[in-house]
Design a protein around this ligand. Sequence first.
Ligand code: DX5
Ligand code: ZN
Length: 253
Amino acid sequence: MHGARAGPAVPAYACAVTTPARGADGPALPAVIIAPSLLAADFARLGDEATAVEVDADWLHIDVMDYHYVPNLTIGLPVVQSLRKVTSLPFDCHLMIDEPARWAMDYAEAGALNVSFHAEACDDPVALARALRSEGVMAGLAIDRDTAVEPYLELLPHFDTLLIMTIKAGFGGQAFMPELLDKVRTARRHIDSGHLQLRLEVDGGVDENTVIEAALAGADAFVSGTAVYGAADPGAAIRALRRSAHAAVSNRS
Ligand code: DX5
Ligand code: ZN
């Protein structure tokens, strides 16, 4: 059970986060979450590609693009509904669409664990976050390459994940942009000083090397498409990412 119907008393995400988030008491290291992105999978075999990472992945990242907010067109609601039937992995739905309020609740109802939408695509991000949470689903705020994070920091108490793009949203296989890690550092400082319970996720160009940079900057959830599905053994690639991320997180002060 990963989705929207657990009931409001126990957040749905409680079943997926196996170690404590960085929180008010802050003794524990954040759990490392590895979320392979289906965007890099073989779209003719999506069900098999999802189950291929079931043992090793924490979340399955699903990129929803509408050909308007970004120039690409990918997976939509019927595909997510069908995938929900073939894997027990928690779904991390990343909406790169205009007017996410029109669609986000449908992804919640389809069984997503987390639904992220882009900050500037939404008129009232807090209202949408509240609506998602009221359904027992995690609410995610996404920050694209050209969007500053500072104006949105005060909204973070309303969210469960903050997704910071380390590329320009729209396509997989792009090179990681280390200069965007300043936003991750800024967000990490804000999360820690405010004692916020929030997963800090990076997305774009994350591989065995760049995952270390992102983890050192403060990320604790890592989306990776090409480095997982482009590998001969996706499971082994996920394990390698996790090892690198854990080592880096352990070295973070
Ligand atoms: C791009 C997507 C990413 C993409 C990452 O807009 O949001 O999730 O799948 O793919 P890689 O890891 O190949 O950069
Ligand atoms: Zn994504």
